[in-house]
Design a protein around this ligand. Structure first.
Ligand code: ADP
Ligand code: MG
Length: 591
């Protein structure tokens, strides 16, 4: 058999490598922003068109490149950032692999303009599908500007895999935030389809957080600030009352790089253990500075994973630092009034007046009198009053019974640990996860409620809410659907919305937080789980509405929940598949 092995041409090898580095527009944005930072820029401007499909442009005022570097930077393994293998174990820059520009140039039409500060003229290089088309001298500002056009123009398969623009844009926005949050001293701007989404001046971390999320974030966080030989920790963690039911803004950085690290992200959450309800998560922006030789960032191409030499020590230091910060500010919160862990005896129904204890005694009894006397006038009046009260009570109980579910009618319910409804069914003793039950009920009402689902209540005071650009885009897209479910929301600016009506029975007071959370849920559901838009939206609204209810339900509310749950088509699980009910058969336990 003749020889069959070929060496792949560079253009093909680069296209293959590009799959790892640039799987979607956000990947290219990340690499270009990181290059600009590595070049020491103090101002970086990002422009995208059609969520990066048509154009990604990054302009910086960093070092710039010489004429020959401007060509060389597109070669694979061309990097100015490491020189020897030892450098790999002491990385100070964001990039070091020297493959990003080669990869991007393999799958797009790229134009680079760059000028060193000490030169009068710059240079422009045009490269398409790894092929240099031209290089010319050019008059340009000091620094570098890279325009990436028609990403994946020669890889249709990958282009077809891109999600719709709002999804791709939110990936880009996430990349932008991860970089802008930690490099808060650098000025950034971000423009999408001609709209300026962010315009951030250099400043402190809190100024940056407020610049991105809005000024109202300033009062949601406590500062963390701790310095040891091993690590310097700086940042902000949310006040316990702003903890949320989904993991929202959880940003952990090490040496200026966004990372995800099971143990260290966990350390921050653990610090909140005694302060917040279960399944409630903090937001945080925490930056760690460690000796670069004690970490390895070289274990994953997208580089959000990092290995630490001193993981155990870091875990303890980080957890203590966060605990200390929370402790300083929230001593009073140590006693959690909202979710008592003991048995909760449900409060009495509205309108119920407790009866005075019935003690029978003879008010006229006189142990020294030999003849028993007739009951006095006053006493019989008291008796009449008592009779009247007794009838009122029994009427009340009857009217409550009338509202009870037709099945299992009148079975008393008990709330245990603020979380479970325990009640008797004909099949056994049911333990029902109360919030999950609510979630299922609300979901089915929205999905199948027909007319009723769209009933809305006009708010007395319309509420203004503000969102991040990507959230605003998503919300704007969802407005007609939300209207269907009873939310009347109008956009009054690019990122500002007024909520004037909510679904009937909707109780959440914090609309801003509710909608933020709902969008986060929706984004998660869309990215990860299901394709059906109505399902995703209803499931998100239901989950948020259900978890927003914090008051312990009254007896008749619990009974109503049980009845409503069994009227659902799928009472066993939540829309996302979590178990709602467990039935225990006592006879199986005790024979
Ligand atoms: P890496 O960042 O891993 O070195 P890249 O392919 O991203 O690899 O970039 C290759 C080289 O091009 C960099 O090492 C740097 O010298 C140069 N370069 C890239 N972008 C810029 C920029 N914005 N300003 C100055 N130099 C740059
Ligand atoms: Mg790079």
């Amino acid at each position: 058999m003749s020889d069959i092995i070929n060496i792949l041409p560079d253009s093909v090898a680069n296209q293959i490598a590009a799959g790892e580095v640039v799987d979607r527009p956000a990947g290219a944005v990340k690499e270009l922003l990181e290059n600009a930072m590595d070049a020491g820029a103090t101002r970086i401007d990002l422009i995208v068109k059609d969520a990066g499909r048509t154009l990604i442009q990054v302009t910086d005022n960093g070092s710039g490149m010489s004429d020959s570097d401007a060509r060389l930077c597109f070669e694979r393994h061309a990097t100015s950032k490491i020189h020897r293998s030892d450098d790999l174990f002491c990385i100070h820059t964001m990039g070091f692999r020297g493959e990003a520009l080669a990869s991007i140039a393999a799958i797009a039409q790229v134009e680079l303009r760059t000028r060193l500060h000490e030169n009068d003229m710059g240079t422009t290089v045009v490269i398409e599908g790894s092929e240099i088309k031209s290089q010319l001298p050019v008059v340009s500002p000091a620094g570098t500007s890279i325009m990436v056009r028609n990403l994946f123009f020669n890889v249709p398969a990958r282009r077809n895999f891109l999600k719709k623009d709002s999804v791709e844009l939110s990936h880009i926005e996430e990349v932008f935030k991860r970089i802008a949050l930690i490099h808060h001293d650098i000025a950034f701007s971000f423009q999408s389809n001609g709209k300026l989404l962010y315009d951030l001046k250099g400043g402190s971390m809190m100024q940056r957080i407020a610049g991105i999320y809005g000024d109202h974030y300033k009062q949601r966080f406590y500062a963390v600030d701790e310095s040891t030989d091993l690590v310097t920790i700086k940042g902000f963690v949310s006040k316990p009352e702003y903890c949320r039911r989904t993991r929202g803004e959880q940003y952990l950085f090490v040496n200026g790089r966004f990372i995800k690290h099971l143990a260290l992200n966990g350390a921050i959450e653990h610090a909140f253990d005694d302060l917040v309800a279960e399944r409630s998560y903090p937001s945080y922006f925490v930056s760690l500075q460690v000796d670069p030789s004690r970490i390895d960032v070289n274990i994953h191409p997208t580089k959000t994973e990092v290995k630490f030499a001193d993981e155990h020590a870091l875990f303890s230091i980080l957890r203590s630092a966060v605990k200390r910060s929370l402790g300083q500010f929230t001593l009073a919160n140590k006693i959690d009034f909202e979710t008592p862990q003991e048995f909760n005896i449900a409060p009495a129904p509205a309108g119920y007046h407790p009866m005075p204890p019935r003690i029978s005694y003879n008010a006229d009894y006189n142990p020294f009198r030999s003849q028993p006397l007739q009951t006095s006038m006053e006493h019989s009046l008291f008796d009449q009053e008592r009779k009247q009260m007794e009838t009122t009570e029994s009427q009340l109980i009857e009217s409550t019974m009338a509202e009870m579910p037709p099945t299992d009618a009148g079975q008393p319910c008990m709330m245990v640990q603020g979380r479970y409804i325990v009640t008797a069914l004909s099949s056994g003793i049911a333990i029902i996860e109360w919030r999950r039950a609510q979630e299922r009920i609300i979901y089915e009402r929205l999905m199948h409620g027909g007319e009723n689902a769209s009933l809305s209540q006009t708010l007395l005071f319309p509420t203004t809410c503000r969102f991040t650009p990507a959230d605003s885009e998503m919300l704007a897209e969802l407005l007609p659907d939300l209207k269907k479910y009873g939310f009347d929301i109008t956009a009054i600016g690019q990122q500002t919305f007024v909520v004037s009506a909510t679904p009937v029975g909707f109780k959440e007071a914090e609309l801003q937080q509710f909608l933020e959370q709902m969008l986060a849920e929706y984004k998660n559901a869309t990215l990860q789980r299901f394709a059906n838009r109505d399902h995703n939206l209803c499931a998100s609204i239901a989950r948020q509405s259900a978890s927003a209810v914090t008051a312990i339900p009254r007896q008749e509310e619990m009974q109503q929940t049980v009845a409503d749950l069994f009227a659902c088509t799928m009472p066993d699980t939540t829309p996302s598949g979590k178990k709602i009910i467990e039935i225990v058969k006592p006879e199986n336990c005790f024979n």
